[in-house]
Write a protein that binds this ligand. Structure first.
Ligand SMILES: [Zn+2]
Length: 188
């Protein structure tokens, strides 16, 4: 298991984008098969099963759209219109309603009218992506600056530049290596 990037615990849409990543050993996809996608959804409190390739591609297409949304936020540009429409379409797939839950205090929760369906799971992810884009977290979206890493995170601390300590260590090790090589080349 890879460590979650900062913010994944607050945003399942961010976690969705980071299910596809590059590692020194090659690309890794947590949504590589319907079975893997089902357990990923369960780990993120989205109780839906991904029965086949068609449902799986709905999730991976939504992931592509949300990735474009996060990239646009990080780069301060407008996202691709098709990506916005894909996220909106996914959000419309389930007629969820706001419900008041009283757990030691008032909480607004969205309850699906079709719980357990792939539509409900995709809509919950899309709704979260919309909340991120239109809310306080939007300006915090950053791509990891480590070379070869494609994960995103929320920069809640001004100095954070990497999605994980692994990436930070890798960058520092590469910088050190470069320095050693340069010293060797410039020494007589
Ligand atoms: Zn990284």
């Amino acid at each position: 298991m890879v460590t979650a990037a900062p913010g994944e615990d607050r945003s399942p849409a961010l976690a969705l984008v980071n299910t596809w990543r590059l590692t020194p050993g090659g690309p890794v996809d947590d949504l590589g098969s319907p079975g893997e996608a089902t357990s990923w959804l369960h780990r993120h409190a989205l109780a839906a099963a991904v029965p086949g390739a068609e449902e799986l591609s709905r999730l991976t297409e939504l992931r592509t759209a949300v990735r474009e949304l996060l990239a646009a936020l990080a780069e301060g540009r407008a996202p691709d219109a098709a990506a916005v429409e894909a996220v909106n379409a996914a959000a419309r797939a389930d007629a969820a309603a706001p419900q008041l839950a009283w757990r030691g205090g008032p909480r607004r929760e969205w309850h699906s009218t079709r719980p357990g369906t792939i539509d409900a799971a995709a809509a919950a992810l899309a709704r979260d992506a919309i909340d991120v884009a239109g809310g306080d977290l939007g300006p915090l979206v950053r791509p990891c600056e480590a070379h070869g890493c494609v994960r995103f995170f929320f920069r809640e601390h001004a100095r954070r530049r990497w999605c994980s300590t692994t990436c930070g260590d890798r960058v520092r090790a590469a910088r050190h290596h470069r320095l050693v090589v340069e010293q060797r080349e410039t020494s007589p």
